[in-house]
Design a protein around this ligand. Structure first.
Ligand SMILES: Cc1ncc(COP(=O)(O)O)c(C=O)c1O
Length: 425
């Protein structure tokens, strides 16, 4: 496994030198200096309206309409920059996608969704209401006999849901609560095989990679998926989202939602009404160079191999502490897979139940009072998942989530564990 120089990586995030421990990275990461420099450069030197013929406008247009999609395409491994849409958030990008698909959905079509983050769930539920489609749920199953909150998605629970009417299958590549990684390629292949057997005419697969993108490499071509989304603000970039839409879907499934006189029928721009923040699009072009700078190999695969290996060293001590028999006896239950592995991101959630139960809110307050470490609690918009857990939890109190990024260190994890020891004492 490759590795990277963690102090060099950290030097790209000046605030880390304060010693503050950022452990809410699944909420949003810190922004790499390369990204901030590009935003500053854009605003100070090329901040004019796109599309005009004067020289600065030509440069500005190139930065936003050419460089932006070109760099984002690398993060998706898309075949063409014409398959990339920018939007202010992943939630909004998916709302726009569903609007664009509206004319291609028939009453009785079936959508399969999960209970993960509502961004890739609610839009399909709403589209189903608008078009008379039917929604089916791919539910999590318990994967540990001892811990009812150790749940995960399994492909064998998805396949029986496929029928001749299946039209959309929407799932999340990495859970923003459970941290578990869904084997997207395997799932997409199983879906397509089952759909063919059942005689489904057209199935499109929508993958939410928002919690996945900071930890693993996306490959929409290898995965054979139609729609894919992530938010740059979780991947060391600014508040902007990239949506991938496969070229064939753009041509045959998606209607233009931008002004009728714009001639963009074959490119993803047809799903991009209005301009996203120009400086954020240009700022996002700093993400790939930052990621490539992590290892000498200069390729994203090596970078993500190194990040995955480091993720494992971060997740291991925390999960071992939380699942230690002493903590189990205390009532601590990991919500999600309990063991560290490459199939799991270092996004680690837990609850404290039983006679000495603790509210998630109070655990986080303890951290806040001590200061110096940022973590949080709640349902993190994976409301349906948290609501479905049994024994029941209050979804508003939800889980405590500690979510680590590649710039976190094992020393920081040990400091978090020290505070947890005080909380559980
Ligand atoms: C897994 C997942 N999907 C989607 C989203 C929504 O992203 P955005 O805030 O860009 O709309 C989030 C945000 O936390 C997320 O964690």
């Amino acid at each position: 496994m490759s590795s990277f120089d963690i102090s060099k990586a950290r030097s790209n995030f000046p605030i880390l030198s304060t010693g503050y421990i950022f452990a809410d990275n699944a909420g949003g990461s810190q922004v790499a200096k390369e990204v901030v420099d590009r935003i500053t450069d854009y605003l100070l030197n090329t901040n004019v309206q796109l599309g005009a013929d004067y020289s600065i406008a030509v440069q500005s247009t190139k930065r936003v309409l050419v460089d932006g999609p070109h760099e984002a395409m690398k993060l998706f491994n898309a075949a063409s920059p014409d398959e990339i849409v920018f939007g202010s958030s992943s939630t909004l990008n998916l709302v726009n996608l569903a609007r664009g698909l509206e004319n291609d959905i028939q009453p009785g079509d079936e959508f399969i969704v999960t209970g993960e983050h509502e961004a890739n769930v609610g839009v399909w539920k709403n589209l189903a209401v608008r078009r008379g489609a039917i929604v089916k749920f791919w539910k999590h199953r318990q994967i540990s006999e001892e811990n009812p909150y150790a749940v995960a998605l399994r492909v064998e629970d998805l396949i029986p849901l496929i029928s001749s009417k299946t039209r959309i299958v929407a799932f999340t590549a990495c859970s923003n609560i459970l941290g578990s990684i869904v084997p997207v390629k395997e799932v997409a292949k199983a879906v397509r095989t089952a759909a063919k057997e059942k005689g489904a005419k057209k199935v499109e697969i929508s993958v939410d990679c928002v919690a996945y993108a900071p930890h693993r490499q996306i490959d929409v071509q290898d995965w054979d998926v139609d729609f894919c989304i992530f938010s740059f603000y979780k991947v060391y970039g600014p508040h902007i989202s990239g949506l991938y839409v496969r070229a064939s879907a753009l041509q045959t499934s998606v209607s233009q939602i931008v002004h009728h006189f714009l001639k963009v029928n074959t490119v993803a721009y047809k799903l991009q009404p209005g301009g996203p923040g120009y400086e954020t699009v240009y700022g996002s072009t700093g993400v790939v160079p930052y990621l490539l700078s992590l290892t000498p190999a200069n390729d994203l695969k090596t970078t993500f191999d190194a990040i995955s290996a480091h993720d494992l060293t971060l997740a291991k001590p925390l999960l071992e502490f939380l699942t230690d028999p002493v903590q189990r006896e205390r009532g601590v239950r990991v919500v999600g897979e309990e063991t560290a592995s490459l199939n799991r991101a270092p996004t680690i959630s837990f609850v404290v139940v039983g006679q000495k139960s603790l509210r998630s809110k109070d655990i986080v307050s303890f951290f806040d009072q001590k200061g110096g470490i940022g973590i949080r609690y709640g349902h993190f918009y994976a409301y349906t998942l948290v609501e479905s857990l049994t024994p029941k939890l209050d979804p508003e109190d939800g889980v405590v989530r500690i979510s680590l990024a590649h710039y976190n260190t094992v020393e920081e994890v040990n400091k978090i564990i020290d505070v947890l020891k005080e909380v559980f004492a």
